[in-house]
Design a protein around this ligand. Sequence first.
Ligand code: PEP
Length: 246
Amino acid sequence: MTQRRPLIAANWKMNGSCELVQAMSDALSQIKTSNEILICPPVIFLAGFPKKSAYKLGGQNVSNENSGAFTGEISADMLSAAGASYVIVGHSERRALYGDNDAMVLAKALRAVSANLTPIICFGETLAERQQEKTFEVIAQHLDAVYAAHPELLATSVIAYEPIWAIGTGETATPEQAQAVHEFIRQHVAKYDVVESEKIRIIYGGSVNSENCTALFAKPDIDGALVGGASLKTAEFTAICLTAQD
Ligand code: PEP
């Protein structure tokens, strides 16, 4: 079986401060792990992190345009120039609050790749969809929207499964629920490319913390986590980073 390097990604959302940048970079410089660690702070804080470090930096969103009259937007090249090597696309908050749909997410992912950024493509089901037993159907639709047209993205992206009902709610999918969806994603991806399906990292997001991460990371198809609230606390986040095993 392919060895996939766990990725532990922090999504600070619209939170953080220069003090947190300092505290997090100090804390991360003191831990030793072979896992890949990624911090996605608000863009303004990217420059506050040291240029050379063992962890990576990313954006939380990117424009689907290259440049021009797009007030408030930031391009993939700009993120790259600011030190990012990853960018989150399609986070459920972007989809719910700013109208990002699958077509937009695909366009953003392609822009990211053209600027040498790795897109972390997020999707998940709502509580109503889960209760109606539509989870796999919804996930397959999201996957098809991105990868059926562009299977080459498999080699250059990360998938984040984030059940919407578990984001910021304190409610986590059980390791079994998460594993079932991750396994489904991998099997579905195999329809496009069997080799890439074994290589692609599928990370879980939804109220991950230092207590529930051990059981999640023990599942064979869970290759790390996208961490929101718990990534704002240095001790919590470093504990999660140290828990994942490769
Ligand atoms: C997220 O924002 O991607 C997330 C998973 O948040 P939280 O960990 O707070 O649920």
